[in-house]
Design a protein around this ligand. Sequence first.
Ligand SMILES: Nc1ncnc2c1ncn2[C@@H]1O[C@H](COP(=O)(O)OP(=O)(O)OP(=O)(O)O)[C@@H](O)[C@H]1O
Ligand SMILES: [Mg+2]
Length: 246
Amino acid sequence: MTAAYWPSHVVMEVRDASKTYLTGPNEVHALADMTLALRAGELTGIVGPSGSGKTTFLMIAGLLEPPTTGEVRFKDQLIADPATKLNSLRDFRRTHVGFIFQKANLIPFLTALENVQLALEINDAHPKAARARARELLAQFGLDQREDNYPSQLSGGEQQRVSIARALANNPVLLLADEPTAALDGTRGRQVMEAFRTLADEQRVAVCVVTHDPRWSDIFDRIVEMSDGRMTAAKPGGAQASRLKL
Ligand SMILES: Nc1ncnc2c1ncn2[C@@H]1O[C@H](COP(=O)(O)OP(=O)(O)OP(=O)(O)O)[C@@H](O)[C@H]1O
Ligand SMILES: [Mg+2]
C-alpha cells in the first residue's frame, strides 16, 4: 500500500459492519449495519446516548476489534474482516492510526515524557529525536512543566493530554478519539479540538471524535448520530457551514 493519492480520499471505511458480543448466554448487538467512510482532511463527530455503539465503531475503524460481519477498508483495499487476526495488523496500526481512549491508558511506571517517547521509539525513532519530539508535543498541550511526572501525579485532564500527545507522536493518517475532552475544562478542551482541526486542515489527517459535548459542533465537518448500534443521521457540522459562507 502506498501513501500516494487514492480515489475519493477515503482513509478508512467501515462497510456494512456489525458487532455482536457474547456475554454468557446473552448476545449484545453493539453495532448493526454500520457504513461510514473517514476521509482525509475531514473532522467527524460521533454523538449518541451511552451504549449506542460509539466506542465499538472506533474500535472497529481503528482495527482494535474485528467486525462480526462486514469489512474495514484502508484506502479502498480490504484490511479487516471477521476472519482477520488483528495481531497481524499491529505494526500497521502503530504507523497509521492514533487512538485516544475514553480513559487515558498511560503506562503507570513511565513519566509523561517517557510515555510519549516510547510510542516513537517502538516505531524506530532514534531516542534523542524521540525525546525532542515528545517534548515538543507535551509543550503543545501545555505540559512542559509536567514531563517528569508519573501518571499518578497528574490530574485526569493532564493524563488525557499526555495520551493525546502520544496518539499524535507518529503522525497518524487516521486519528480516533473517544471523548478526549471529557476531563478537560472549556479552554483546554477547545485547544485540543482546535489541534484536531489543524491536523485535518494542514496534514489532511482523517479525524473522528466521539463526544457528548455540544460546544464543539462548530468545529466538525459532519456530525454522525448513533442510536442502538446504528447510524441514525449524518449532518453537516459548523465547519462546513462556515466554509459555505466564504
Ligand atoms: N467487550 C464487550 N463485551 C460485551 N458487551 C460489550 C462490550 N463492549 C461493549 N459492549 C456493549 O455494546 C454496547 C455498545 O457499547 P459501546 O461501548 O460501543 O457504547 P458507547 O456508545 O461508546 O457508550 P458510552 O457513551 O457509554 O461510552 C453496549 O450495550 C455495551 O454494553
Ligand atoms: Mg464509549
